[in-house]
Design a binder for this molecule. Sequence first.
Ligand SMILES: Nc1nc2c(ncn2[C@@H]2O[C@H](COP(=O)(O)OP(=O)(O)OP(=O)(O)O)[C@@H](O)[C@H]2O)c(=O)[nH]1
Ligand SMILES: [Mg+2]
Length: 350
Amino acid sequence: MYISVVGTAGAGKTTLFRALASGNSYGTGTGATLVTIDVPDERLDALVKIFNPKKTVYSRIELADTVAIREGEVKNETVDAKSLEQMRKSDAILLVLRHFDSGTGADPINDFQTVYNEFILSDMAQIEVRLERIRKQSGNKAQGIFDQEKVLLEQCLTHLEAEQPLSTLPLGIEEDKRLRGFQFLSRKPMMIVINCAEETLGDTAIAARLKERLPEHVPVITACAQLEAELASMAPDEQAQFMTGYEIKEAVRGRIIRLARDTLGLISFLTVGDDECRAWPIRKGMTAQDAAGTIHTDFYQKFIRAETVAYDDFISLGGFAGCKKAGVWRLEGKTYIVRDADILCIRAGS
Ligand SMILES: Nc1nc2c(ncn2[C@@H]2O[C@H](COP(=O)(O)OP(=O)(O)OP(=O)(O)O)[C@@H](O)[C@H]2O)c(=O)[nH]1
Ligand SMILES: [Mg+2]
């Protein structure tokens, strides 16, 4: 799962990135900075205690800290190239809005609009270039395919011209697939963090005002990135006291990881063994065969059955033998819809 932290200049992107990256090393330099973080998983931890495997693999998030977005720069592609590349290949955008005064006042709504406009204009520019190319191809043998693409892109363009992000354009599965290659920024799921000063941390009014401008599905949270970065750098015993002192109920890292999983509709299935215990992130609604394919493409082709046990059953019944005895150990077929925290063992042909 790729997530880019974006925002206007001095919004607190790097500070939030540091809070999220805590404990994981990352390079510094010009352009985008990348870090890979493990998704904490209590269920995997419990299984590791039971199996004591040689290797434990958590789900991972690849996070990019990007360079500030200034008016006109994304649209004209003069923004830092590495940052733009990261934003485009992201599965989701984490937008940071400054709600602390850094000498020039703070206007999170205006900053939001700046970024949103840039995304919309950038997508429009991309579409116009593509449409121009399609026009030049007219008379080509593959005209039918070009015509279909043209209709779809013109539909997108009309939507964008009405200042609507592509994330709100309802499309069929095939059309959605056709658009994927363009990596349109305004079609990406977005999560917003309003970066507050310590004093404005309890202010809910700004989030409410922002929500009025947003499509319903865009989540907004408030946090103080500076406090969170400090918190993340502390020893665990200091953290509890710090959190009580500042009335932080849960560190922003956990909140954002959960938000990202919800926003992207992700769940995890688990595999266990003496060699490796692992959490595998998949999209909700995936079949057992698709899930098997995420482990190994061969498993998709040669899928026979998935031995399946729910994590809660596994724990409460003391393992596979107990589950078999209780009749909750199952052999599921190709079309079984995998549930969150299913423990799977894929049977595949050779
Ligand atoms: N008061 C306050 N200051 C903050 C907070 N978050 C960041 N800052 C300060 O704001 C300044 C900019 O923070 P950065 O994290 O570098 O912001 P950025 O968005 O990465 O900035 P650019 O990459 O230069 O666009 C730094 O001096 C931070 O210490 C916050 O939550 N509260
Ligand atoms: Mg920065």
